[in-house]
Write a protein that binds this ligand. Structure first.
Ligand SMILES: NC(=O)C1=CN([C@@H]2O[C@H](COP(=O)(O)OP(=O)(O)OC[C@H]3O[C@@H](n4cnc5c(N)ncnc54)[C@H](OP(=O)(O)O)[C@@H]3O)[C@@H](O)[C@H]2O)C=CC1
Ligand SMILES: C[C@H]1O[C@H](OP(=O)(O)OP(=O)(O)OC[C@H]2O[C@@H](n3cnc4c(=O)[nH]c(N)nc43)[C@H](O)[C@@H]2O)[C@@H](O)[C@@H](O)C1=O
Length: 312
């Protein structure tokens, strides 16, 4: 990518899109193209086609999506399938039609089978049944991967797909019901501390294990791969380390300074027991994460506090 190239960041107001925008600006890219969902509903093929024809971006980071945690995925099943299919289909087709030089599609670790061997290798895709709670979202993401592969096969498009693990960081979604686990716990432990609650409820059994990558590290990996990776096959992006939800809860309790108890609400779903990414391909390509989980959670908590004070 040349510093003058026009780069479209779809989803720039989201946690990942915002981090990618910061990473590009830090590297001196100034010709960045962005639109809010109010300005451009990516589910509308007419609007997307017109936008690509008018703007003619050279590079596209496809980080716009309908995103949420396990309960949101399991509640809004139709939206997670429809919105994500429409967004990716419209952008990928318009990118092909307008001759975009290179596009990066962001999938997710939930594309892999629920009971696949761990750690998850890229070749485990489509080798088993998916986790039911996020099957609509996972199917949409797998369709995005297959769209990129098919447009490369038939039209020679340089469209690549990356599979991030669970992410957290600046600009995360802290909605008490719809968010992912780490932002949800940061908000819940903080509020419990402020109120002086005796205990904090954590969903599920606490036994599932999850891997967490800081969003600004992910963004760095995305820019690195956009600059260097041009193959058809997937690339996992993660830390290669995981911990149980129970261990995570005690880590968030320590960092937020909550002094009460932790109780587990097993009426809530556990989801996939484990989804640790095999990151040997990524490491072989020359990229490794730099932000430890503890320092990342501290930074995310400070970001949460800044927003909470701004809204007070
Ligand atoms: N968060 C995570 O743990 C993980 C995320 N990912 C992937 O990373 C990508 C970004 O996720 P994340 O940043 O967390 O998500 P966010 O929810 O923070 O951001 C999603 C963005 O998508 C945009 N968007 C959603 N629907 C539309 C629409 N109809 N038209 C236009 N824009 C739309 C939103 O725009 P606006 O703000 O303008 O409404 C928002 O900025 C997604 O592809 C997700 O699947 C992958 C693995 C883990
Ligand atoms: C990135 C990935 O993220 C999603 O998959 P997930 O990792 O299962 O999502 P999650 O972060 O919401 O849950 C992780 C674990 O954590 C437990 N848990 C405890 N307490 C809370 C809690 O308060 N909120 C949430 N959400 N989970 C909690 C919860 O019970 C589960 O065992 C996919 O939908 C999909 O979006 C996707 O690709």
């Amino acid at each position: 990518m040349l510093l003058s190239d026009k780069i479209y960041i779809a989803g720039h107001r989201g946690m990942v899109g915002g981090a990618i925008k910061r990473a590009l600006e830090k590297r001196g890219f100034t010709n960045l193209l962005v639109r809010t969902s109010a300005e451009l509903d990516l589910r509308s093929q007419v609007e997307v086609n017109q936008f690509f024809r008018e703007e003619q971006p050279a590079y596209v980071f496809l980080a716009a999506a309908k995103v949420g945690g396990i309960v949101a995925n399991n509640t809004y099943r139709a939206e997670f399938l429809y919105d994500n299919l429409m967004i990716e289909t419209n952008i990928i087709h318009a990118a092909y039609e307008t001759g975009v030089k290179k596009l990066m599609f962001l999938g997710s670790s939930c594309i892999y089978p629920k009971m696949a061997p761990q750690p998850l290798k890229e070749e485990y895709l489509l080798t088993g049944l998916l986790e039911p709670t996020n099957e609509p979202y996972a199917i949409a993401k797998i369709a995005g991967i297959k769209l990129c592969e098919a447009y490369r096969d038939q039209y020679g498009c340089n469209f690549i797909s990356v599979m991030p693990t669970n992410l957290y960081g600046m600009g995360d979604n802290y909605h008490p019901q719809n968010s992912h686990v780490l932002p949800a716990l940061i908000g819940r432990f903080h509020e419990a501390k402020e109120r002086g609650d005796a205990a904090v409820v954590v969903w599920g059994s606490g036994t599932p294990k999850r891997e967490f990558l800081y969003a600004d590290d992910l963004a760095d990996a995305c820019v690195f791969l956009m600059e260097t990776y041009n193959d058809k096959s997937l690339v996992n992006i993660g830390t290669g380390e995981d911990l149980s939800i129970k261990e995570l809860a005690y880590l968030v309790k320590e960092i937020t300074g909550f002094e009460g108890d932790i109780v587990f609400d097993t009426s809530k779903p556990d989801g996939t027991p484990r989804k640790l990414m095999d990151v040997s391909k990524l490491h072989g390509l020359g990229w490794k994460h730099t932000t430890s989980l503890k320092e990342g959670i501290r930074a995310a908590y400070q970001d949460f506090l800044k927003k909470a004070h701004a809204m007070a």
